[in-house]
Design a protein around this ligand. Structure first.
Ligand code: A2P
Length: 336
């Protein structure tokens, strides 16, 4: 990308749960922005969003929205990305896309900067931001993989409703209020009530019985870690938490690693914070992690049922490291 002192940055989906966070993170990290262009659908075009203390009017996303734009961050769903990302590239911009539209395209790098920033070298205008659950998992697994080679991963996720979007956050709040006051409440965003409930169902079911979300964790992990031999099996669960995803991860490794050795490796790893002292009730919690940037690892234990295995509890803010922060980090790598 041509070096400039400041860049014109468009955010598609600027009024959504992730888009709002993208604007906040561009501001917090002092990304060199000349002009910011917030884009959304007709539902919110004309509203204001705040950036660097200024109110900026949200514009309607249209085919010719990208003239003069250097970088576009997309977070408005896969259909919008499929239609508009190629138009942004044709207009001369580089796209960082948070949707699932391009992630498994062999011409599109799928990047977590702590793991495979080098993949940015071969982009063709679009760079895909991985699924939120995959991002936090690979940030924690890559340093262990480098040390002892991971053969197999068994993961169960506990994913917050913000991963679905702002409608789901409102639904959790509304259902919780109504159920607490013994009023009738309806499920509209999810197929069942999410308040006081866990749903073992994220994204659509496939004929195999797995969900698309579960298969994203399998396929994206192999692509980002550049190792098709890593076996991954996932169960993804939506839980009544507003922000942050937690994951229970079991790994089987080629060589043995003690829990202490794993903690030592993780405490040196980029983007990781070890938070692991059960004797003082210290382990990462979704509420505490919301609004922060690291991937937190706790409950590190040796798996006593196999020769070389570990259990981990991994928590991160899904809107930040799981989405907006990772996208902005990619943009930072691009302009470096
Ligand atoms: P809008 O506010 O106009 O609906 P969330 O993931 O929190 O639901 O947010 C989705 C984001 O994507 C919102 O900013 C939403 O804008 C935007 N969006 C959804 N569909 C489109 C579309 N067809 N064109 C442009 N923006 C869209």
């Amino acid at each position: 990308m041509k070096k400039k002192s400041a860049y014109n940055v468009a955010v598609v989906g600027a009024t959504g749960a992730v888009g709002t966070e993208m604007l906040r993170i561009l501001e917090e990290r002092k990304f060199p922005v000349d002009r910011v262009l917030p884009l959304a659908s007709a539902r919110s075009a004309g509203e204001d969003v705040s950036f660097n203390g200024q109110d900026i009017t949200v514009k309607l996303l249209e085919k010719d929205s990208f003239a003069g734009i250097d970088i576009v961050l997309f977070s408005a769903g896969a259909d919008t990305s499929k239609e508009f990302a190629p138009l942004a590239v044709d207009a001369g911009a580089i796209v960082v896309d948070n949707s699932s539209a391009w992630r498994m395209d062999s011409h599109v790098p799928l990047v977590v900067p702590e793991v495979n920033a080098h993949a940015l070298e071969w982009h063709n205008g679009i760079i895909a931001n991985p699924n939120c659950s995959t991002i936090q998992m690979v940030v924690a697994l890559q340093p262990l993989h480098k040390a002892v080679c991971i053969k197999r991963v068994v993961v169960t996720t506990f994913q917050s409703v913000s991963g679905t979007g702002k409608d789901a956050m409102e639904e959790l709040a509304d259902q919780s209020r109504k159920l607490m006051s013994l009023q009738e409440s309806k499920a509209t965003v999810y197929p069942h009530h999410i308040a006081f409930n866990c749903l073992p169902h994220i994204d659509d079911f496939l004929p195999s019985g797995y969900t698309k979300e579960e298969m994203k964790m399998v396929n994206e992990t192999q692509k980002i870690m550049e190792d098709a031999m890593i076996q991954v099996t996932a169960t993804t669960v939506r839980v009544p938490v507003f922000v942050s995803h937690a994951e229970s991860i079991n790994i089987e490794t080629k060589r043995r690693l003690t829990a202490n050795e794993a903690r030592a490796i993780l405490s040196e790893a980029p983007g990781v914070q070890v938070y692991d002292d059960p004797s003082h009730q210290i382990y990462p919690l979704q509420i505490d992690v919301a609004g922060t940037d690291a991937v937190y690892v706790g409950r590190v234990r040796e798996d006593e049922s196999i020769a070389n295995g570990l259990n981990l509890w991994v928590v991160a803010d899904n809107l930040r490291k799981g989405a907006a922060l990772n996208a902005v980090q990619i943009a930072e790598e691009l302009i470096r």
